[in-house]
Every structure is written in C-alpha cells, then in structure tokens.
Design a protein around this ligand. Sequence first.
Ligand code: MLT
Length: 409
Amino acid sequence: MVRINDNYAKLQSSYLFTTVSRKTAAFHEAHPEREIIRLGIGDVTLPLPRSIVRAFREAVDEMGEGPTFRGYGPEQGYEFLRKLIAERDFQARGARIDAAEVFVSDGAKSDTANIQELFALDVRVALPDPVYPVYVDTNVMAGRTGAFRAGRYEGLCYLDATEANGYVPEPPEDEVDVIYLCFPNNPTGATASRAQLERWVAYAREHRSLILFDAAYEAFIRDESLPRSIFEIPGAKEVAIEFRSFSKTAGFTGTRCAYTVVPRECAAPGPDGAPVSLHELWSRRQTTKFNGVSYPVQRAAAAVYSEEGSRETRAHLDYYLANAKLIRAKLVELGVPCSGGESSPYVWARVGGDSWAFFDRLLGEAGVVCTPGSGFGLCGEGYVRFSAFNERGKVEAALDRIGSMAIGG
Ligand code: MLT
C-alpha cells in the first residue's frame, strides 16, 4: 500500500502564491465586472527585450537546421553563457568566480528548493522571518522540522527581520549550520550593507556554517555602495553558495533561466568527517536529476549581456523601480509605514491587523491584489507586500483606488 511522505502532512495549506491566485480567481468569478489589478506575485509584465527575442529566435532557427541542431547540452550549461556570467556578474565586481563554478538552471526557485538535499537531516537551519516560503517548505518536505505550532515549524531557527533591525537580522547567538539569506530581500525589499554581510561571513567561517545567498533581485540595486553578491565579501567563497535568476532581471519568468554559483572551495564534512566538495555534490545531484536548460533559452540569456541587451534590460528594471517609487510615495502620503521599493521591486507596508483580512479588504474594496505578510512568516503579520511588476497605468489606477480607502498602520 502506498503511503505518503509524512512530512508533507506537516505543510500548511497550499503554497502562498497558489492561495493568492485561488482567492483572486474566486473574486473574479463572483465579480466578473470588476477589473482586478495584480500587485501580488512578482511576475514581470513587460515583453522580452527585442535583442533577447532576436537571439532566442536565431537559436530556434539553428535547432531547425541539420548542421546547427543540438541535442543534450553540457550539463552545467553552455560555456558561452557561463563565461559571460562569471566575467560580467562577478569578476567585473572584484569577485573571483570562474565559469566552471556556475551551474545554469531553470530557476532560482528550484535551485533554492533543491540545494537542501545536499545536507544532513539534522543540520540546524536558520532563516529570516518573514521569508520566501520555498526555503521553509522544502526543509519541511525533507523532514528537517517538527510540527507547525503557533505560526512556526519546530526545529527551525527563525531570525526575526523587523522594523527594529531594518529587516536585516544579525547572526544568532546560537550555533546554526545552514543559513538562508536573500538580499535585496523578498518580501521586505531591504538591502544588506557590506558590513552586515561581512558579519555573516565571519559567523559562517567561525561556526563552519554555510550561507545560501539568494541574490535573485540584485539587478535592482541602484546604490553602488551595496554589495550585489556575497562573493564580493572576502572569505565568502569557502562558506557560501549564491543563487541568481534572469526572471526578474530580464523578464524570464516565463522563459526560465537562472544559475547557481557553487565555488570549488565550498566543502562540508562527509560521513567520516573528511571534507566533501559541495561543488562536486551539486554537480552529482544536477547531472542525476536535471537535464539542463534549452539551447535557445541559454542564447537568449547570453543576449542579456550584449550592449543592446544590457541597455534594454536596464530600461525595464528602471521602469519597475519607478513603479515601486510611486507605490512607496502613495503609502507614505497615506501615512502607511513602509520599506523597500528603492533597490527592490517590492514595497513592504505596515497596514496593521490581520494581513489576510487586509488582503480580502483590498481585493473587495479596490480590486487590488497584494500579498499578505503573514504568508511569509509570523513576523509578517500586520504587513502586506506590494509588487511593482505591472504596467504603469495599472499601478497608478491601483494607487488611486487604494488612496480612496481608509488605510493606515
Ligand atoms: C514572489 O512573488 O515572491 C516571486 O515571484 C516568487 C518566485 O520568484 O518564485
């Protein structure tokens, strides 16, 4: 008789964004005449830039001709893309990452979800609260937690990210083994300074822990003094893995391309205590379970680094950042305390009370979708997240509607 993995029974209801879209669909069905404006999930709305579409199309044509057709690609990704990533995203900023350390994949979501497979079930996992729910749920699925009680899973070390610490938790007093960090942060939009990341790297080196650094939103950083990569911090290569994505940077949410950097220096003790290379282990995992990203998609991703591609993607990022600025300004005008929206496409707003109740009210009264803060963790209660990914006119219309509601923290 088949039995389910008991750990799945510990999971709370459905995945956050699935619940948001189910509630939105139910509202639409009940009120088909109402126009809904989505500032919920962070999904891009601008079409792919022209230079990227051109590279994509040319690569599709290559696949249709005998001499240029390609079957399985190199497992870690094509060299042409990995080299560009290493040179432009890391070496140009002083981080010594080479192409062999880059693993091209279909998404930072799947990589941040899968990476925990490399670690023992009894490692102590630390993660901020609020947090991108994938980090939590995948550790629950793996069996690294106890039951869900009073808003949190037993066995995880939650690092409160609050207004008081600017949503950047300091390393804990306790010893933790695996630490998830995400900057610019999803959901709060907070950024971490070099000094703050230096303290995390020092902690990881002292405690022989590993930082899983999600930098999916680094392209939104406009303050040049802020680090974009954990590998800009000296000593990080031995203690960190970094996840990046073309989804938000270049409009690839539907096209799917991302990458993970696992430095060769990164190691953790194996069964006999001797260090095992995490680079080798990730390679072993990926080559067994994943067959790579299609050639045209990798060509499209490479076009992001061309002169035209950089200019076009930068314009898209600026467009979303201008939306974020409008959202922030409106909330400030309404007296709603908020963070983010400056080096991030997300604005985190203190609306008070039950965040799902606010979600329902905003949808019901204004026809606007946000993401309830409690979906990201206990510390998110009383907050909601607004995403800046939408057309300018829709963002402006949403803000007008929000402006005519009585809201406040
Ligand atoms: C979000 O809205 O938090 C993101 O779109 C989720 C994701 O990238 O998977």
